[in-house]
Design a protein around this ligand. Structure first.
Ligand code: FES
Length: 206
């Protein structure tokens, strides 16, 4: 079980230290989110060899809450965005400050190439790795649930859909992994929705 509220002001964590941090966090936080990638992958190893997946229970994830899980060595942010947060994502004053507001770069599967960069508007699923040099950005939310991701390594800033601001060291939006809604409240990270065949390796930059 892994749960990581990223709203603190602690500095970003280099990727090479992140797994250790998550392990330590899981011992102290416990609780809400169940992950069973290992058992599931054992059950399916005869049919799925290179596309391992992680199932995540988000049924108790509240607005403004974020959890972080690991999938194929990557930190995956899952953020429950409020209606106010979603409205801010469409604000023209924000959009003109973003490098790729329409997600033209291949940094997400085609089924998340939309204004919220996700399948369900309220649930963001992002690879939490800065596209500059790979630090782990930190979630910064304000009281009205606006906010951004900040990478303090060299100051890159991303909105709450993972879109990078202009003139930042990071050249691309945060990647979106392949995922699908397995059933209400359960996400499967690492598998496309039925009928989709997006190849994770085709992302421009992870
Ligand atoms: S690694 Fe994020 S700004 Fe450099």
């Amino acid at each position: 079980m892994v749960m990581d509220n990223q709203s603190s002001s602690s500095p970003p964590v280099p990727r090479r230290h992140f797994l250790n941090l998550l392990t330590a966090s899981s011992l102290t936080v416990g609780g809400v989110i169940c992950i069973w990638p290992f058992l599931e992958s054992l059950k399916t190893q005869n049919t799925i060899v290179t596309h391992s997946y992680t199932d995540v229970d988000i049924s108790s994830l509240k607005e403004g809450q974020q959890i972080t899980v690991m999938w194929q060595g990557h930190a995956i942010f899952i953020l429950h965005r409020s209606a106010k947060t979603l409205a801010l994502l469409k604000d023209q004053e924000l959009l003109i400050r973003l490098r790729d507001p329409d997600s033209k770069e291949l940094q997400q599967p085609p089924y998340t190439k939309n204004w919220h960069r996700s399948i369900q508007p309220e649930i963001a699923v992002l690879i939490g790795v800065c596209t500059h040099l790979g630090c782990v950005p930190t979630l910064k939310l304000n009281n009205s649930l606006g906010g951004h991701y900040n990478c303090a390594c060299h100051g890159s800033k991303f909105d709450l859909a993972g879109r990078v601001y202009n003139n930042m060291p990071a050249p691309y939006n945060l990647p979106v992994p392949p995922y699908k809604i397995l059933k209400p409240g359960i996400l499967r990270i690492g598998e496309n929705p039925n009928g989709e065949n997006f190849d994770f390796k085709s992302l421009t930059q992870i």
